[in-house]
Design a protein around this ligand. Structure first.
Ligand SMILES: *[C@@H]1O[C@H](CO)[C@@H](O)[C@H](O)[C@H]1NC(C)=O
Length: 124
């Protein structure tokens, strides 16, 4: 029983880290790092009606649909992201989030920086 649980748990971890890799790769482009425009494009894809602002409802919906993990904490993740507190996510926030992910401040987020910060912010 315990073994089954451990196997299930490690499978879950694998699937999750695999999808973070895939996510990073699909936005990072040929240089394999994310610049601000690429990073903003990722968060911008939560903007379902394309008006430039991600509402809390759009955020919760996309977070859930794409199974990004810990969905019952999506409201808290939204608050973490809303760096300029105006109850929507947009370019005003992405620039701050970018600096948080870009640990060494060189204007490029590496995969290591991305995963480290994603896990710190959005995983338990
Ligand atoms: C987007 O949010 C900003 C606040 O950051 C607001 O001023 C603007 O009117 C909003 N735009 C739309 C299309 O809702």
């Amino acid at each position: 029983m315990r073994t089954v649980f451990l196997i299930a748990a490690s499978l879950t971890l694998c699937v999750h880290s695999l999808s973070l890799d895939r996510l990073f790769r699909s936005y990072a482009g040929p240089d394999s790092t994310m610049e601000l425009d690429e990073f903003s494009k990722y968060w911008g894809h939560f903007d379902m009606d394309g008006n430039g602002n991600v509402t809390k409802q759009e955020f919760d919906t996309t977070w859930k649909n794409e199974d990004l993990g810990d969905e019952d904490r999506a409201p808290f993740f939204f608050l973490e992201m809303d760096r300029v507190p105006d109850e929507v996510l947009n370019d005003l926030d992405y620039v701050h989030m970018f600096r948080i992910f870009d640990e060494n401040g060189d204007s490029h987020i590496t995969k290591t920086e991305f995963k480290f910060n994603w896990e710190g912010l959005f995983d338990e």
